[in-house]
Ligand binder design. Structure first.
Ligand SMILES: Cc1ncc(COP(=O)(O)O)c(C=O)c1O
Length: 400
């Protein structure tokens, strides 16, 4: 009898491990490596939020809570959805977890049976397909390439849906592309979903507050109120409030699924960290003043990186609407040879050679289900980004 589970065998190891391991080895050897692979803001959690965490500790708010969140946080989540998204939810429709990731995982665990299909546009956030597999479902990956701005077309969505489709996972602005759907683009997708009443929407709105220029964020249940009863609206404090380590995510949706998610959570992690929940209450209820300057800062970085990458021979970098990622194509570098004689056949080859020869760590597109691309996380200072772009440019110029 095998010791490890059959479920584990369905999941692939993280494709980014090779890159991270090599990057760490190079750093340990004393090489100057610029890391543009991490998916988290480079600035600290705002002081008012940190203070709320400290106050919670000092007030003895350090015990177990209700499995899916303290009433104060559920109330703050309801107020956030009403204020920012025009969505009306009761606290009984809200679930709080240890990060946005656990929210998505609980929802999939609570709903998927063998044979159930989940439509996932590619490029996707690395965890979606594997979470579906862990929960016993079948990911159905549909390409949304550079020619459509990395956005799924209504025709492609319609073609991917079968009578076995249970969920459509939607993520805008997206990790890894930064692509954000306009209201009209999203409405075209929700129109398709209206034709398929068996399909629910899991919308991952994690990058809601990181949008640029005049782009306006929107979410499926807001754009198509008739989908309210089959939408799980997922969000979290990790990215907008620089709280990745606090581990708080939340979702709102129909009571039946929220109760099912609570059951899973109560038998796994019990409840999200009590102290972090109090800090998240402050994040959602307190001042939002730092969001606008952060957006402006990220927009400047985006512009710098897009310009820098488009100056590299063989690279084409679209301008994303949000998040803190760009997802350039390296189609023009495929088939070329590096100065050390390595042939670039794939985006993984490109990224490994870029790391070895120029000391820039990025994540190759195959990890996100769409090649030949790579993902740059520009959540770092402008001088470092300029240095990274200059190194990528010399690397590309050296290819023959
Ligand atoms: C699209 C997307 N969803 C969810 C998450 C998970 O967020 P959390 O750190 O709150 O679990 C991430 C984190 O990288 C993400 O990029």
């Amino acid at each position: 009898m095998p010791f490890l589970s059959a479920t584990l065998a369905r999941v692939k190891p993280s494709p980014t491990i090779a890159m991270n391991t090599r990057s760490q080895e190079l750093k340990a050897e004393g090489k100057d490596v610029i890391g543009l692979a991490a998916g988290e803001p480079d600035f600290d959690t705002p002081d008012n939020i940190k203070a709320a965490g400290v106050a919670a500790i000092e007030a003895g708010k350090t015990k177990y809570t209700a499995p899916d969140g303290i009433p104060e946080l559920k109330k703050a989540v309801c107020a956030k959805f009403a204020r920012e998204n025009g969505l009306s939810y009761e606290p009984s429709q809200v679930s709080v977890s240890s990060g946005g990731k656990q929210i998505l995982y609980n929802a999939l665990m609570a709903t998927l049976n063998p044979g159930d299909e989940v439509v996932i546009p590619a490029p996707y956030w690395v965890s979606y397909p594997d979470m579906v597999l862990l929960a016993g479902g079948t990911p159905v990956v549909v390409e949304a390439g550079i020619e459509t701005g990395f956005k799924l077309t209504p025709e492609a969505l319609d073609a991917a849906i079968t009578d076995k489709t249970k969920w459509f996972i939607f993520n805008s602005p997206s990790n890894p592309t930064g692509a954000g759907y306009t209201r009209d683009e999203l409405k075209a997708l929700t129109d398709v979903l209206m034709k398929h009443p068996q399909v629910w929407v899991m919308t991952d709105d994690m990058y809601e507050h990181l949008v640029f220029d005049d782009f306006t964020f929107c979410t499926p249940a807001e754009v198509e109120p008739a989908l309210y009863d089959r939408t799980l609206t997922c969000n979290g404090v990790s990215k907008a409030y620089a709280m990745t380590g606090w581990r708080i995510g939340y979702a709102a949706g129909p009571v039946e699924i929220i109760n099912a998610m609570r059951k899973i959570q109560s038998q796994s992690t019990t409840n999200p960290c009590t102290i972090s929940q109090w800090a998240a209450v402050e994040a959602l209820n307190g001042t939002q003043d730092f969001l606008a300057p952060n957006r402006a800062l990220f927009q400047r970085r985006r512009d710098l990186v897009v310009e820098g990458l488009n100056a590299c021979p063989g690279i084409t970098c679209p301008v994303p609407e949000g998040a803190f990622y760009v997802y350039p194509s390296i189609a023009g570098c495929i088939g070329k040879t590096t100065t050390s004689g390595k042939t670039i056949a794939t985006d993984e080859d490109f990224c490994l050679a870029l790391l070895e020869e120029s000391g820039v760590a990025v994540v190759f597109g195959a990890a996100f289900g769409l090649s030949p691309h790579f993902r740059v996380s520009y959540a770092t200072d402008e001088a470092t980004l300029a240095d990274a772009c200059a190194r990528i440019r010399s690397f590309c110029e050296s290819l023959t």
